[in-house]
Design a protein around this ligand. Structure first.
Ligand code: 5GP
Ligand code: MG
Length: 459
């Protein structure tokens, strides 16, 4: 379950579009480390640059200088399949000449395969295996006089998750699927506009947050300013994992600061699973806020028990098996002098396959920890997510395979507590019915027929 990609879009005649796009993508690096790209329009031509690796590796001064214009969109791609294929990097472009569109997409279209077959029969060519190219060609093939109208038609055919930025030679468009599965927000910047997956990108680009783009909304920005087309959404289905893991803690989603939601998850865990212990720590970085919350509520002092090397990117670890095995060890170093002989509460955001946690616990034991009480900010993850590209299938999800006591044993912890669903929802401070909780409770926001189709279809 890995498709937390990032998208950005900027429209301004008073600033350096490519560098602002670059910095926005840079602050959304956590949403995708595999590849990155920026496309810019000067009103006549769309130029783009994409590459594999981190944002700072993909762009040089030379590339940024070359990308001149007043409209830009950008994308960070997240994937852990190891199929690090550059031709799937985004933004993608479709069409030709004055009708060229560039598109950056976060999410997954469940009915992409049948749409692709249909479009291929109509004569549309596909150069990538991305959903995003399907969306792009679907928009081109849709009826309508304006781009907005075409997008609106295309949206009726698309099933699944999409938060997107789309650019024609003279327009920037932001679109969010009718269920609002992935976040997308809007701000102002230097007499212009900026769209980004998370509000932290707006903060760091020096923009002013205006509002979240609503589910089913199409925001169009051009030289005449901003216009918005709101349509009736379906049931809301914001991915709960934005709060648990994907989003950066300094982002605000649905009016809630992610940091505070995580801190409350820790506080709820302390109430649901109290334990006699000496120190509380989080597995960096995603569980830090929750560990602080656990510490405050329990009164057990907080510490950093593991130091994380922030510069270890997934991309470096992947290619080689020995490197993969070393991965956890290269990423974390236990602070033995702090944790030695101590009874630890160790807070983590989530357990998916259960492959990393045993290594982390092992490291802490080697560091001298006497007891390890593992606390997880989410209920057991038992159902695959079909709104993500690389979702784990059921047999890969450890919680779908064994009951909690066996998981505890398998991971090597002295005790294990998963936050209850009620506790989790309470921690967000938001109503339960705005979330997609399918991976936790099996209630999919789309007809299961479609979900199952996706599951059996593979990639
Ligand atoms: P696993 O249990 O699969 O070995 O690893 C789960 C851990 O990987 C989580 O604690 C989380 O920090 C991290 N992680 C990386 N990518 C994802 C993702 O797409 N979803 C979730 N829930 N966790 C992820
Ligand atoms: Mg983790």
């Amino acid at each position: 379950m890995h498709e937390g990609c990032a998208v950005v879009g900027i429209f301004s005649r008073e600033m350096d579009i490519s560098r602002t796009s670059f910095f926005s993508l840079f602050s959304l690096q956590h949403r995708g480390q595999e590849s990155s790209g920026i496309a810019v329009s000067d009103g006549h031509n769309i130029r783009k640059h994409t590459g594999n690796g981190l944002v700072s590796q993909v762009f040089t001064e030379y590339e940024l200088d070359r990308l001149r214009g007043h409209i830009g969109i950008g994308h960070n791609h997240y994937s852990t399949t190891g199929t690090n294929r550059l031709f799937n990097a985004q933004p993608i472009t479709v069409g030709s000449g004055t009708s060229t569109l560039a598109l950056a997409h976060n999410g997954n279209i469940v009915n992409a395969e049948p749409l692709r077959d249909e479009l291929t029969e109509l004569g549309y060519n596909f150069h990538t295996s991305t959903n995003s190219e399907v969306i792009g060609n679907l928009i081109l093939s849709s009826p309508g006089n304006s781009l907005e109208e075409k997008i609106r038609h295309a949206m009726r055919r698309l099933e699944g998750a999409y938060s997107m930025t789309i650019m024609s030679k003279d327009k920037l468009i932001g679109v969010r699927d009718p269920m609002g599965i992935r976040p997308l927000c809007l701000g102002t910047i230097d007499n212009g506009w900026i769209i980004a997956s998370e509000s932290c990108a707006l903060d760091q680009a020096g923009a002013q947050f205006i509002e979240e783009i609503e589910p089913a909304e199409i925001v169009v920005i051009d030289d005449d300013g901003k216009s918005s087309f709101k349509q009736k959404g379906k049931r809301k289905a914001l991915c709960i994992f934005e709060y648990i893991y994907f989003a950066r803690p300094d982002s605000v989603i649905s009016g809630k600061l992610v940091y505070q939601a995580r801190e409350s998850m820790g506080a709820m865990l302390a109430q649901e699973y109290p334990v006699d212990a000496d120190l509380v720590m989080g597995i960096p970085d995603s569980a830090t806020a929750a560990a602080i919350g656990y510490s405050r509520t329990s009164g057990i002092p907080y510490c950093e028990g593991l130091l994380k090397n922030r510069y270890v990117g997934r991309t470096f670890i992947q290619p080689d098996q020995r490197m993969r095995d070393l991965g956890v060890q290269m990423e974390f170093n236990p602070l033995s002098r702090i944790i030695s002989g101590k009874r630890l509460v160790v807070v983590d955001d989530s357990i998916v396959r259960g492959t990393t946690t045993p290594h982390v616990i092992n490291l802490l034991r080697k560091g001298g920890a006497r007891e390890i009480h593992l606390r997880i900010c989410a209920p057991p993850l038992c159902h695959p997510c079909f709104l993500e590209v690389d979702m784990a299938s059921e047999w890969e999800l450890i919680a779908a395979q064994m009951p909690v006591p066996r998981i505890r044993e398998y991971l090597g912890a002295d005790s294990l507590g998963y936050l209850s669903l009620d506790g989790l929802i309470h921690a967000t401070g938001l109503p339960e019915d705005i979330f997609c909780l399918a991976c936790l409770n099996g209630e999919y926001p789309l007809p299961t027929q479609i979900a199952l189709g996706k599951l059996t279809m593979g990639k």
